[in-house]
Design a binder for this molecule. Structure first.
Ligand code: ZN
Length: 295
């Protein structure tokens, strides 16, 4: 443990082995001090995701002053050394960084929560003890349903079908995703029904589509449109640590707003019917002259 820490601590930017592989990934850069940096500094290892392209590095759109530690475990048993994991968490604690864990099986989820992780990403397979620990520790859960739900045979609308067609997922990846889809949906619903702190997020690309597709999948798996909107706005800001300035329409917060052409509480895909986009109070896109505009 001591040797591990000594290996990492003196370095401004350190590499930590990702579990289950010989890969290394960066543990850090200086604290972020403005919103531009917040969007640029995303830390994630090159790693295989259920539907990731082989060799492609993946990142999350929910990283804020956080280290993306993953995969803490994949759908196969966790291989990372507990001493290494503890050292990595300890380093992050000392530097004031929160840790987000890409954890895909019950042991990985529990290990990460007990080490004080800020958020669990994916959680495809969990158990009742995982849910109890998430509740007890107030740990965030970001289910990333798209990873297991977006294959050609599971697409239920033109947006999903188009994303799947463009992605060109391999047969093997589709099989892995479809094998995990039902159990993923079940633990998503259990977490939702028991009151686990949850936010909408994804590590599929592009991020614009990831956010919209994920919202549709939340509703398909049993969340109400209202729960979904809150998860994608207020909760998303909170899990990123920027809830004081983003996430809700309130006096004193940044005016990042969209106006849509139909009620998303009636059909969540109406969030695509953009009429107006305001960024920090300035209109950056105006499609009000286009009836029923979609992006
Ligand atoms: Zn991930």
């Amino acid at each position: 443990m001591k040797r591990e820490k000594n290996r990492f601590l003196p370095l401004g930017k350190s590499n930590v082995p990702a579990s289950g592989s010989g890969r290394l990934y960066s543990v850090l850069s200086p604290p972020f001090d403005n919103r531009a940096q917040l969007s640029q500094h995303r830390i994630g290892p090159p790693k295989p995701a259920l539907t990731g392209r082989p060799g492609a590095s993946t990142t999350s759109n929910l990283t804020s002053r956080a280290v993306s530690w993953g995969p803490v475990g994949t759908s196969t048993p966790t291989h990372s050394c507990s001493t290494t994991r503890s050292a990595a968490f300890e380093i992050c604690r000392k530097r004031g960084f929160k840790v987000m864990a890409h954890a895909n099986n019950p042991d990985a989820v529990k290990n990460a929560i007990r080490l004080g992780v800020h958020s669990i990403e994916h959680g495809y397979i969990m158990d009742d003890e995982c849910i109890a620990l998430l509740l007890e520790h107030g740990t965030w859960y970001v289910p990333t349903l798209a990873i297991s739900h977006l294959t050609a045979s599971q697409a239920t609308n033109p947006f999903e079908a188009a994303w799947v067609a463009d992605r060109g997922l391999s047969h093997a990846l589709c099989c892995r995703a479809e094998a995990a889809s039902d159990v993923h949906a079940r633990w998503f619903r259990k977490a939702l029904d028991t009151g686990v702190r949850m936010a909408s997020g994804s590590d599929i690309r592009p991020l614009k589509e990831a956010a919209l597709l994920e919202m549709g999948l939340w509703v398909r798996d049993g969340a109400t449109p209202w729960q979904t909107l809150v998860a994608a706005t207020r909760r998303g800001a909170e899990v990123c640590g920027v809830g004081a300035e983003l996430g809700t329409v309130e006096s004193g917060k940044l005016a990042d707003l969209i106006v849509v052409g139909a009620n998303p509480l009636g059909d969540i895909t109406n969030v695509r019917r953009l009429q107006l986009v305001l960024k920090e109070g300035r209109v950056v896109s105006n499609k009000r002259h286009l009836s029923g505009a979609v992006p």
